[in-house]
Write a new protein. Structure first.
Length: 77
């Protein structure tokens, strides 16, 4: 049993806000020291492709998260 009830819109929003915060942090599969590298900085087409695909998936998820949070925020009003 969970400590929170995911049938509750406020609990759902809290979980989604944590995911949104995580996705908004800069990250990469590839680094130069501590600095994440962007797809545009890579010469290898396979690494560029992996980052491009990850970027597209993140944008889709970010869009869904923001839409869903807006919807959930409207439920409590």
């Amino acid at each position: 049993m969970c400590a929170w009830d995911l049938a509750d819109p406020a609990a759902q929003a809290a979980v989604l806000r944590r995911r949104l915060a995580f996705l908004e942090e800069p990250t990469s599969f590839f680094y130069d020291g501590d600095r994440p590298l962007s797809a545009e900085e890579l010469d290898d087409p396979f690494r560029r492709g992996a980052l491009g695909i990850a970027r597209a998936m993140s944008r889709a998820e970010l869009s869904w998260l923001r839409e869903t949070l807006a919807s959930l925020d409207g439920v409590g009003r």
